[in-house]
Design a protein around this ligand. Structure first.
Ligand SMILES: NC(=O)c1ccc[n+]([C@@H]2O[C@H](COP(=O)([O-])OP(=O)(O)OC[C@H]3O[C@@H](n4cnc5c(N)ncnc54)[C@H](OP(=O)(O)O)[C@@H]3O)[C@@H](O)[C@H]2O)c1
Length: 214
């Protein structure tokens, strides 16, 4: 199964790094176009190719690695998903200017990080996310770890735990195979409604946990 990555920032590039370490193939893309990725793909070696968003989005398994506020712009207008797998690596947070009133909001426990939670109206984030990818089988993964940790699935003689969740058993099995091949210790958290909520940043109880299976 081929893999596409939309977004080449912290998340997209570090997932690509982890894939490259095992020689796993993927096409990575961003807003600025494939030429802007020359240095990244040069660093990562031949298994990772730079492509357009359309090329990455045509893969069997597509990781969405863009900021929450960009989802509509990135995913609107892409061809039909037709049951292909989309990995939701996003978290529903918004970045703000350090000089904005948001930075001093005493009601925002994340203000020191320069982010605030997006109001999802009581929904969990993958519930909103899947509205952007109608017809896709959504699996949530890669969102709960710091992106720098993602680049090293095998650490300290063990394997980093990678949570994943989804409502389609076959899609989850395919994603699990990739997580295994990358060297993570995949842990199935169940459905999106359960696992998505557990691992969703900022306030899921498993968000930002960094377990290593030894
Ligand atoms: N950073 C982390 O530690 C981390 C960990 C887990 C999950 N996440 C989640 O992962 C997502 C991405 O975070 P990040 O930190 O990687 O963000 P980031 O560093 O700002 O990267 C965002 C990427 O999205 C691309 N992008 C934006 N609009 C686009 C468009 N219209 N078409 C194609 N590509 C577009 C950008 O392209 P350009 O490079 O061309 O501008 C950039 O490569 C967020 O939802 C975040 O919550 C982040």
């Amino acid at each position: 199964m081929n893999i596409g990555i939309i977004g080449s920032g912290s998340l997209g590039a570090n997932v690509a790094r982890a894939l490259a370490k095992k020689g796993l193939a993927a096409t990575i893309s961003n807003r600025r176009g494939p030429e802007s990725l020359a240095s990244l793909v040069g660093e990562l070696g031949p298994s990772i190719k730079a492509g357009t968003v359309a090329q990455a989005a045509a893969a069997d398994i597509v990781l969405v690695a863009v900021r929450w506020v960009d989802l509509g712009q990135v995913l609107g207008g892409l061809p039909a998903w037709n049951g292909r797998i989309v990995i939701d690596g996003t978290n529903p947070v918004e970045f703000f200017d350090p000089d904005s009133p948001d930075a001093k909001d005493p009601g925002n426990p994340l203000a020191a990080y320069g982010i605030k939670a997006v109001d999802l109206g009581g929904k969990y984030s993958s519930e909103v996310f899947r509205e952007f990818v109608p017809g896709a089988r959504v699996v949530k993964a890669f969102n709960h770890l710091d992106a720098n940790a993602l680049a090293q699935p095998e650490v300290s003689g063990g394997q980093r735990v990678q949570f994943y969740s989804g409502d389609d058993a076959a899609a989850k099995a395919d994603v699990q195979k990739i997580l295994d091949a990358m060297g993570y210790f995949p842990v199935d958290l169940g459905s999106l409604a359960v696992g998505g909520r557990l691992a969703q940043l900022p306030f899921g109880p498993l968000a930002a946990t960094n377990f290593v299976k030894v």
